[in-house]
Design a protein around this ligand. Structure first.
Ligand code: M6R
Length: 605
């Protein structure tokens, strides 16, 4: 998973490309590179962070056309040689690639028999060598000739020394966007890289190729026929993707949750509580015909899906299962026309979740995607979509995407309940609760931040932490533990509180921190007993609860939450856990927005 940029116009390309790459670093950041044209192609590339590329790029001549890449290694370690752009034997072609060329070994073996020399361990390097072999004198035509030879997924940006006034971009199963400026044109893997220059974009479809010159952009299909591509106007502004005064994107995004929730709820729920989803075409009759729901996602989105099971199964009595997308296809799930498959993905580009969605479509299930990114592969391929209106999420750690996913699932359950005429009282109360959520979230952020900041500072001593809870609290515990490990590198375990004594209690000793989630009234008594069990073994317990008095002698400290219907408590309870992960990582001086070994968008299986 990598980020691609390209520029052709009248300004020096390198600084524009580097700025664009900075906006895409969330897609991968172990190495990077640039190619610019100035009486021939000049390439700089390096392992490490973009600051190293910036230093090296100072040596580049002032070309006004170029391509760039930020990488997250899949084939070959992060090294200068494996960084993109890659070139052919003659240095006439420069190529940046996102995705995987599955048949690269065969292609390399074949190309080597005709004398091609390879400098990297990557799959991507086959592309410039193929272009060298197939060169017709026309860059777009040559790229189209090469594509049928490639198996796998790709977004490619290409330049040729013989065609200095032209760039070519093409996509298959990997996102690529073309930005339209005045006399200048851009290529990027994602919209934030373009917003400083333009809001007019063409979102390329699979199999489409864009030819960029200083005069304009032509979009062609696989056969080389011109396509009338739709120009989309982006409403996010550049400031929305900046840090807005916060030290890190993650903290900014945590604090954006009230606004993100307001936007998401406002988009789908009217003043009278009526709920409608404009991009979801499932009729009340379709919903009434659903015999089973399958909710499939990865990471944080999977944790959000756990609320879906609670509402659809425990409340609405529709059999519902949650699956990790990476497991789903391989367990031969039972899917049919009466199954509603709900896939959840912030990016809409997660390879495993996309594969699960395609499997569902293939087997005739009704498919509904919940995603944050309009124009993403998931949004385009799913027959029904509900967007979370979280705005761009840049930090690798997902925060506002999670809470808006919870909000969408709650709205969807209200909508299904309406269609089925079931549990109206329960869902009326849920709707009233949802209206209160943005303001209550604002209050929680303000109230708990100082305390949690202190706890985060104290956590520099922690080596392990436990997050425990029952029911929906266990779901939040899983999300809290993921966030803490991902950002602060503290080993964290999420445990169903009742399960502790079946093994993990052996790990609780003097001073071990335990975050006890206790927000579900029906399970409270039992959760409090489990918290006591941990405390009796020496744990230092921080409870997150709206019932501080009941926890007063069981926990060492309480982080107090306001009251909401139980099913909505995860929307508030998760906030202290997000802040804890953030402040624990910040106290350790870690790179909060870009944790080691991880990327924002996981476009490989
Ligand atoms: O874009 P997606 O929602 O499909 O991403 C899924 C996971 O990769 C993601 O939620 C990941 O677990 C986050 N980094 C967690 O903070």
């Amino acid at each position: 998973m990598c980020g691609i940029v390209g520029y052709i116009g009248g300004r020096a390309a390198a600084p524009i490309l580097i700025e664009g790459l900075k906006r895409l670093e969330y897609r991968g950041y172990d190495s990077s590179g640039l190619a610019v044209y100035h009486s021939g192609i000049h390439i700089v590339k390096t392992a490490g962070r973009l600051s190293r590329l910036e230093e090296k790029a100072a040596q580049l001549p002032p070309g006004t056309a170029g391509i760039g890449h930020t990488r997250w290694a899949t084939h070959g370690e992060p090294s200068d040689a494996n960084s993109h752009p890659h070139t052919d034997c003659t240095g006439q072609f420069a190529v940046v690639h996102n995705g995987i060329i599955e048949n690269y070994r065969e292609l390399i073996a074949d190309l080597k028999t005709r004398g091609h020399r390879f400098d990297s361990e990557t799959d991507s390097e086959v592309v410039p060598h193929l272009l060298e072999e197939l060169w017709t004198g026309d860059l777009a035509e040559t790229v189209l000739k090469a594509l049928p030879r490639l198996k796998g997924s790709y977004a490619l940006a290409v330049m040729a020394g013989a065609r200095p006034d032209e760039l070519v971009a093409v996509r298959q199963d990997n996102p690529l966007v073309i930005g339209l400026g005045a006399g200048e044109y851009f290529i990027a893997s994602d919209i934030p890289a373009l917003l400083a220059h333009t809001r007019k974009v063409i979102i390329l479809e699979d199999g489409q190729l864009a030819r960029l010159t200083r005069e304009g952009v032509a979009v062609l299909d696989r056969t080389g026929r011109a396509v009338d591509a739709r120009v989309t106007e982006i409403s996010w502004d550049a400031e929305a993707v900046e840090k807005g005064g916060y030290p890190h994107y993650m903290l900014k995004e945590i604090f954006e949750q009230p606004a993100a929730l307001r936007n998401t709820l406002g988009r789908y729920m009217d003043r009278d509580g009526g709920i409608s989803f404009p991009d979801c075409r499932l009729s009340p009759g379709d919903l009434a015909g659903i015999g089973k729901i399958s909710i499939v996602a990865c990471g944080t989105a999977y944790h959000a899906g756990l609320l879906g099971k609670h509402l659809f199964e425990s409340v609405l009595r529709i059999p519902t299962e949650n699956d990790l997308a990476s497991e789903f296809r391989y367990r031969n799930p039972i899917l049919g026309p009466d199954t509603l498959l709900i896939v959840i993905s912030q990016s809409g580009e997660t390879a495993d979740t996309l594969a699960a969605m395609r499997e569902g479509l293939r087997r005739g299930a009704r498919v509904l995607a919940v995603t944050n990114v309009a124009g993403s592969t998931m949004a385009r391929e799913a027959p029904n979509v509900i967007y979370t209106a979280a705005g761009p999420e840049i930090a690798v750690a997902s925060t506002k995407a999670y809470t808006t996913q919870l909000a969408v699932l709650a709205l969807l359950a209200c909508h299904v309940a309406q269609a089925l005429g079931r549990e109206q009282e329960y869902f009326d109360e849920l709707r009233r609760g949802l209206r209160q959520v943005p303001q209550l979230a604002e209050g929680v952020l303000a109230a708990v931040e100082p305390r949690v900041q202190e706890l985060g500072r104290a956590s520099t001593e922690w080596r392990n932490a436990f997050f425990i809870g029952r029911g929906l609290d266990w779901a939040v515990a899983q999300e809290g533990a993921l966030k803490l490990k991902e950002i602060s590198y503290i080993h964290a375990e999420a445990y169903s509180a009742g399960e502790l004594k079946h093994g993990a209690l052996a790990l609780i000793e003097e001073g071990v921190p335990v975050i006890g989630l206790a927000t579900q009234p029906e399970l409270l008594e039992k959760t409090v007993s489990n918290i006591r069990e941990a405390k009796a073994r020496g744990a230092v317990v921080h409870a997150i609860t709206q019932f501080p008095l009941l926890l007063a002698d069981a926990a060492d400290a309480c982080i107090e939450l306001p009251q909401l219907p139980a099913a909505l408590m995860p929307l508030l309870a998760v906030i202290p856990t997000q802040l804890l992960a953030y402040y624990a990582a910040a106290a350790r001086g870690l790179d909060v927005d870009k944790p080691r070994n991880l990327a924002k968008s996981v476009t490989v299986e």
